[in-house]
Ligand binder design. Structure first.
Ligand SMILES: [Zn+2]
Length: 438
């Protein structure tokens, strides 16, 4: 998009978005005041979706709200997962998805901009200084559950679109705004409903918090339950037992060595190489109990959460762990004969991947340079429902949204006014770069 004329258009867009800062803040506050909590099997997304539909209608678009249960073939789809990562079959009554198309002039590439409106509960209210549903502003920060995950990004996308429309900048390709339900807790089905129902597009921008870093790859993830079996015995005769806690320490250390090996494998991959830990894995539970009445613990359970790459499957991951244990624990006669049992918990979320030279990555990099005058960083985005669009909808996908991921799901989640404006500016320029200007 070179040329003096284009420079002038870019400047005008950046300025117009900045001039709409108050609208952007007000819209974000409004979205945060809807407690659109995902509480499996239900969720409270309807009100915020209806509000968004109303806002889009006011800006001249014709949004459609639709119920997941009305999407033909949803439940039969291979990516449909009834229970998500919490294994509780979902109920989609009163949880509509939303889609709105801004038709392009033709001859350009289409773009879906999408994010989820469900949020995790605020958790312990004692830890919040601000009302999680108040949309309060203090020191240029707008507080509330979902501020960056994903409501701030959604507000930025809406304002970016309305600024382009207000300026009369005619895009060539269609710009499609979508918001969906049930992302938290490994839902996936809200995104899947969009993919099955359409419209399709030539690319997808997923509004997860990346601090506006362009993420052509996203992590997948899986929780795994590991049971380490010992043999119970009365403590007065403890030599007759086999202490499962002691064994579990070996298993724990073996799991940590697996993380090292997995990281080594991806160390040279683009996007991954600057990360302190490229494929994070965490043991997030370690618990012993006795089952047979004895007092020497005969069972110790570990819960592991691990990120996965785009080319891994649940089967390959579990096979890798099994093989790893076979090697690492071979020194223990007991563990060789009584290997830990491994079971996945909940759904396997897949990773996604775009090569660094992909046109979509280039378009986002170019938009970043124009918006901020700096060289963009490429990284790996958090796991979410991007894989549904990328791997099942077969659309190239980038993850990019305002705010760093560590604020998500935490007390006093917030997005700054600057982050919102920068996000809206960047989104507007990505749409211009990708869809083209007529
Ligand atoms: Zn999210």
């Amino acid at each position: 998009m070179p040329g003096v004329e284009t420079d002038r258009t870019v400047e005008m867009v950046l300025r117009t978005v900045a001039d709409h800062c108050d609208d952007l803040v007000a819209l974000t506050q409004s979205l945060l005041r809807f407690p659109s909590v995902n509480r499996p099997p239900n969720g409270d997304e309807r009100a915020v979706q209806e509000f968004l539909a109303h806002s889009l209608r006011a800006s001249g678009l014709s949004p459609e709200l639709f119920c997941l249960d009305d999407v033909m073939g949803l439940e039969a789809h291979p990516a449909y997962h009834a229970g998500g990562s919490v294994e509780i079959p979902r109920d989609y009554r009163d949880r509509p998805n939303l889609s709105a198309v801004w038709r392009g002039q033709g001859g350009g590439r289409s773009l879906i901009i999408t994010g989820h409106v469900d949020v995790v509960p605020p958790g312990d209210l004692e830890q919040w200084q601000h009302d999680p549903w108040g949309g309060e502003i203090a020191d240029n920060r707008i507080y509330g559950r979902g501020a960056i995950d994903d409501k701030g990004g959604i507000a930025a996308a809406l304002v970016a679109t309305s600024c382009l429309r207000e300026l009369g900048i005619p895009l060539r390709g269609d710009l499609i705004l979508q918001t969906f339900v049930d992302e938290e807790y490994g839902g996936g089905n809200g995104a899947l409903a969009h993919v099955i129902r359409g419209p399709r597009a030539d690319a997808v921008l997923m509004l997860e918090p990346t601090d506006l870093v362009i993420c052509p790859a996203t992590y997948g993830c899986q929780s795994i339950h590991i049971a380490v079996h010992g043999r119970g015995a009365h403590p007065i005769e403890r030599w007759k037992g086999v202490d499962a806690i002691g064994l579990a320490f070996d298993v724990y250390n073996a799991v940590l060595r697996l993380e090292e090996q997995r990281c080594e494998r991806v160390r040279r991959l683009p996007f991954f190489r600057d990360l302190p830990v490229s494929l994070p894995l965490t043991v997030r539970r370690f618990e012993a109990r006795t089952i047979g009445g004895g007092s020497v613990p005969d069972l110790c359970e570990l819960q592991v959460w691990t990120t996965v790459l785009h080319d891994e499957t649940q089967e390959s991951l579990l096979a890798q762990l099994q093989g790893h244990f076979g090697q690492e624990l071979a020194g223990s006669v007991w563990l060789r004969e009584h290997p830990p049992t491994i079971r996945p918990i909940g759904r396997f979320l897949e990773g996604t991947w775009l090569p660094p030279e992909h046109d979509l990555v280039r378009a986002a990099q170019s938009a970043h340079r124009q918006a901020f005058g700096t060289e963009p960083r490429l990284s790996v985005g958090t796991s979410g429902d991007g894989f549904i669009y990328a791997n099942y909808g077969h659309m190239p996908l980038l993850e990019m949204g305002p705010g760093p991921v560590h604020r998500a799901h935490a007390p006093d989640e917030y997005v700054t006014v600057n982050e919102l404006v920068a996000a809206a500016q960047l989104i507007a320029l990505v749409a211009m770069e990708w869809c083209g200007i007529a």
